[in-house]
Write a protein that binds this ligand. Structure first.
Ligand SMILES: C[S@@+](CC[C@H](N)C(=O)[O-])C[C@H]1O[C@@H](n2cnc3c(N)ncnc32)[C@H](O)[C@@H]1O
Ligand code: SF4
Length: 410
């Protein structure tokens, strides 16, 4: 999750992201680079968790640590309608997932139809393990605008390690069946979702980026995969950085605020709001949509203070951001280009780039945060927080000293 590369990819893969290629994208880039903390535009996109329940325990995902234990549920229609009614006025896309597997929500057809009736573009990301024919038809007919299939590993052996609990042949058959349906609909001139095949490949320090093996493409050669998206595992804000099964890509060398805080919000199944979709244990809550509006939360005190911490280089004071690789950019041509443009926009007093005063989290640091300890033995957020030098008490809202204890916004 290297955010500069991610921003460049967003522009390069314009078809996939056409919902976000919008004048507001330029506004977002400008204010992110400038370091504005109260934003004059609404969130561009949302992660809206249809359910936090998952049928797999993939070792590169915090779900494998039972991170959501005690916090499982399905969004109800009333809350969903309230959120979509507001979001449809400005969100360019809603990801109907965050934690969990969206196909497990038995009302997914209703969620899709309601969103579509409000003119919202809906993106479903699925492990495809239960994507049988009726589900495939539902995704196509009920209006998913984009479907991303997570089909990891170059072969059966690797797939079944990466997708613990899944069977390679079953998923392959499901995906082929789904794509065959998309093909049939397209041949009949009917609307279909944009299809993305996301493949997580083992990190390889000798390569510049992940290389998709040709035999994986060949598996779907006759079928409509609109885009292949090979990626290396990221560390989920530090939580999975040093897990023992799947090596995450390392932190980069250049500090920069993470773009998620400038473009999106992540919402749990029960209306609580997270600052970003890496927060599997709700350690950095910023509001609740049962009692507030999206816009109140977007520029509310917690979110503004979080942006402020990152802009001022004080990311370690926020429990989740403290371990996140999204604030550490690698030396790449994308970074150099971005850095050159940013110098024209950003006040020189704000820290960014290769700095001596700020360091990436050191390997092997681990403490347990009280909040995660309360959640049980699977202390995901704690590992993230801890790895990063965050050891203070966390209040009921998940904040170190409560929002009031944080520095004031500009
Ligand atoms: C948390 S999952 C939820 C949706 C669904 N259960 C799935 O697996 O597609 C969302 C996305 O995160 C991806 N993911 C999980 N762990 C990852 C990691 N360590 N690095 C990069 N992507 C990861 C999954 O492959 C999936 O595309
Ligand atoms: S990556 Fe998706 S399928 Fe795998 S454990 Fe995480 S949420 Fe579940």
């Amino acid at each position: 999750m290297n955010t500069v590369d991610q921003a460049i990819k967003l522009v390069k893969n314009w078809r996939r992201h056409k919902a976000v290629i919008h004048p507001r994208t330029v506004q977002f880039m400008y204010h992110w680079m400038r370091g504005t903390t109260t934003l004059p535009y609404p969130p561009l996109k949302l992660h809206l968790e249809s359910t936090s329940v998952c049928n797999l325990r993939c070792p590169m995902c915090p779900q494998s640590l039972d991170a959501v234990k005690g916090d499982t549920g399905y969004i109800d229609m009333d809350l969903y309608r309230k959120i979509v009614d507001e979001a449809s006025k400005f969100a360019l896309e809603i990801n109907l997932f965050f934690r969990g597997e969206p196909l497990l929500h038995r009302k997914l057809p209703e969620l899709l139809r309601y969103g579509r009736s409000k003119g919202v573009r809906l993106h479903v990301n699925t492990n495809a393990t239960i994507l049988r024919e009726s589900q495939a038809r539902m995704l196509v007919e009920d209006g998913a605008s984009k479907v991303t299939i997570s089909f990891d590993g170059p072969d059966k052996a690797m797939y079944e390690i990466m997708r613990k609990g899944a069977k390679y042949e079953v998923t392959l058959q499901n995906v082929r069946q789904f794509l065959a349906l998309v093909k049939e609909y397209r041949e009949n001139g009917r609307p279909t979702p944009y299809t993305v095949m996301q493949v997580i490949l083992p990190y390889d320090a000798t390569q510049k980026g992940p290389n998709l093996p040709q035999h994986m493409r060949d598996l779907f050669a006759d079928l409509p995969v609109d885009e292949w998206d090979p990626i290396w595992p990221h560390g989920w804000a530090g939580v999975m950085q040093e897990n023992e099964v799947v090596e995450a890509q390392p932190y980069g060398e250049n500090y920069h605020p993470c773009n998620w805080l400038w473009k999106s919000l992540a919402i749990y199944w029960d209306g609580r709001v997270a600052s970003c979709c890496a927060d599997f244990t709700a350690d950095q809550l910023i509001g609740n949509l049962k009692t507030s509006s999206l816009m109140d939360v977007w520029n509310g005190p917690e979110m503004v203070k979080l942006r402020t911490l990152q802009v001022e280089g004080r990311y370690k004071e926020a429990p989740l951001c403290a371990g996140c690789d999204a604030v550490w950019q690698k030396d790449t041509p994308s970074w150099s280009l971005f850095d050159a443009i940013e110098k024209q926009i950003r006040p020189s007093s704000l820290p960014t780039g290769r700095l001596t005063s700020i360091a990436a989290p050191a390997a092997g640091e681990a403490h347990v945060s009280p909040h995660a300890a309360e959640l049980g033995p699977q202390t995901v957020a704690s590992i993230a927080a801890a790895r990063n030098g965050f050891t203070g008490p966390i209040s009921a809202t998940g904040w170190k000293n409560g929002p009031a204890g944080m520095p004031s916004a500009n």
